[in-house]
Design a binder for this molecule. Sequence first.
Ligand SMILES: *[C@@H]1O[C@H](CO)[C@@H](O)[C@H](O)[C@H]1NC(C)=O
Ligand SMILES: *[C@@H]1O[C@H](CO)[C@@H](O)[C@H](O)[C@H]1NC(C)=O
Ligand SMILES: *[C@@H]1O[C@H](CO)[C@@H](O)[C@H](O)[C@H]1NC(C)=O
Ligand SMILES: *[C@@H]1O[C@H](CO)[C@@H](O)[C@H](O)[C@H]1NC(C)=O
Ligand SMILES: *[C@@H]1O[C@H](CO)[C@@H](O)[C@H](O)[C@H]1NC(C)=O
Ligand SMILES: *[C@@H]1O[C@H](CO)[C@@H](O)[C@H](O)[C@H]1NC(C)=O
Ligand SMILES: *[C@@H]1O[C@H](CO)[C@@H](O)[C@H](O)[C@H]1NC(C)=O
Ligand SMILES: [Zn+2]
Length: 480
Amino acid sequence: MNVLVVLFVSAVVSSCSRLGSSAPRLLLVSFDGFRADYLETYNLPHLQELIEDGVLVKQVTNAFITKTFPNHYSIVTGLYEESHGIVANDMYDPDAKKKFSQFNDSDPFWWNEAVPIWVTNQQQRNGTSAAAMWPGTDVRINNTTPRFFMKYNFSVTFEERVEKIVKWLNSSDPVVNFATLYWEEPDVSGHKYGPADTENMRRVLKQVDQHIGFLTSKLKASGLWDSINVIITSDHGMAQCSPKKLIVLDNCIGRGNYTLIDRSPVAAVLPKHNKKYVYNLLKRCDDRHMKVYLKEEIPDRFHYRHNKRIQPIILIADEGWTIVQNEAPSKHAQVPETLQPQGFARCLDLYPQAVSSCVGDHGYDNTLPSMHPFLAARGPAFRRGYRQSMINNVDIYPMMCHILGLTPQPHNGTLSHTKCLLADQWCIHLPEAIGIVIGGLLVLTTFTCIVIIITKNRVASPRPFSRLQLQSDDDDPLIG
Ligand SMILES: *[C@@H]1O[C@H](CO)[C@@H](O)[C@H](O)[C@H]1NC(C)=O
Ligand SMILES: *[C@@H]1O[C@H](CO)[C@@H](O)[C@H](O)[C@H]1NC(C)=O
Ligand SMILES: *[C@@H]1O[C@H](CO)[C@@H](O)[C@H](O)[C@H]1NC(C)=O
Ligand SMILES: *[C@@H]1O[C@H](CO)[C@@H](O)[C@H](O)[C@H]1NC(C)=O
Ligand SMILES: *[C@@H]1O[C@H](CO)[C@@H](O)[C@H](O)[C@H]1NC(C)=O
Ligand SMILES: *[C@@H]1O[C@H](CO)[C@@H](O)[C@H](O)[C@H]1NC(C)=O
Ligand SMILES: *[C@@H]1O[C@H](CO)[C@@H](O)[C@H](O)[C@H]1NC(C)=O
Ligand SMILES: [Zn+2]
């Protein structure tokens, strides 16, 4: 009875304290293009240390198309791309006749089909959000930006971003309870070298790991480490490409027939006149290395159909293949170092002629393991030392809302997929459940057996007496 009272009181106290100054806090970090298996290929001591003390999801199934802007928005809205409206890094809206690109992304029109968690955090619970970059955080979505944010600028170093976000998190008035941090690597180098170049990628991943070490040391120095929840994840992986694996559209269709809204590896084609004619020409182009879909034929599993910003024809290159309009004028075309695409880098979009300098890419089918990122998390909301094989990236949103005590907007994720990661959730897997049932049956059987044996012994109990009596009978003649 006393135990129950104590449990009840502590439950009430802990749920009340959520509203006070010890409200749960969450820092969401993305290292762009961090492919899931980099964790197995490279030595990442700082990240591993965080995982030992928290949880790891080895593969995160991201949203199709596996590009930067769409997936960063899926993580913070829990919606598939067709439902949040950021369906590519380059888009065209046929009704508004507007264009979107990653370098001209600040028109709220594009973002307003969904409401990201940093907005809900401020509107629903009077929380305070802060952002050291993340696609969309410098845009007035539903007329709201994070209370503190930085304008996107790839020249700002990782250290400067961390100093800013930790300063905001360390202020007590107002208490920042949700924050984001974004870094361009290892994506930029993944495009430049390709994931197969383990020599260069090892160097880059070592830097990324040092960045994680810098972040944790700053959080420790400011006394935040014990109370803050940190999620480290990414938007997509990276596939090895090759200048030999090109699908050349000019070989099959004249450019006057269509407008190319988005390029490789998922090309968005807006036909100029006859859709069926354009489709048939494309369909015959290279059916061994590319799938061609009319919008209404796009497979259900992609959840990539119901939005006007998805163009009438979609081409999906097979892993490692690149869709271009013409072949590179020179296989040795080099992008000058100063012009190398940084930020949300995509060589081929910026320099479609410079195929030879772009050997890694992403955007492909989201069932490919090479496209998957990982998720690591640590803090009071998370279990310690737990590993799980996979979740979907749309599951991250309901998990974050749960941690912050927010009522989520309608979304496509499932909270129960992440319940084993969370310290306050019951987590029983099927094998464990079967184990528990079998274990229970064993205990019950053993108990029953013992009871039966004891009962039998009770019934048989006169025997020792009879033996004693017999012995005493035996003794009798000697005494007598
Ligand atoms: C950015 O997009 C807006 C419309 O959305 C357009 O008016 C403007 O010219 C574009 N700016 C650049 C630099 O492309
Ligand atoms: C958008 O913002 C308004 C207040 O500015 C708020 O009432 C409304 O709930 C928000 N919409 C969503 C979907 O959160
Ligand atoms: C971006 O950041 C760099 C380095 O801090 C700074 O020199 C530059 O002026 C910034 N650019 C813009 C457009 O703010
Ligand atoms: C919301 O928080 C701000 C400070 O962060 C405070 O000034 C304001 O009074 C709060 N509003 C409500 C309705 O709690
Ligand atoms: C964080 O705040 C605490 C107390 O409010 C202070 O002692 C500490 O120096 C601050 N740390 C940083 C990195 O600003
Ligand atoms: C459309 O493509 C076909 C096949 O390449 C070509 O013959 C025709 O000239 C093109 N039409 C236009 C308007 O470019
Ligand atoms: C995803 O969620 C949105 C919002 O609830 C909903 O409209 C849409 O139908 C969902 N998509 C799927 C495939 O369930
Ligand atoms: Zn990316």
